[in-house]
Design a protein around this ligand. Structure first.
Ligand code: ZN
Length: 60
């Protein structure tokens, strides 16, 4: 399965652990954690984030 990386400044990502949805910056400088359960949702790469959660859609 290919993870899509739409060129949007913000993404809505689904947490793999609690299924909560969270809006995050697509180019984070630090690790993004779930606001509900604290699981890691994405890690910084210097460019677009490497997602652990599922990208649902770009946030516009
Ligand atoms: Zn969670």
């Amino acid at each position: 399965m290919t993870t899509m990386h739409p060129p949007a400044p913000f993404w809505i990502v689904k947490c793999p652990d609690c299924s909560g949805e969270q809006t995050m910056f697509s180019r984070p400088a630090t690790t993004v954690n779930c606001s509900v359960c604290g699981a890691t949702l994405a890690t910084p790469t210097g460019g677009l984030a490497k997602l652990r959660g599922e990208l649902l859609r770009p946030a516009v």
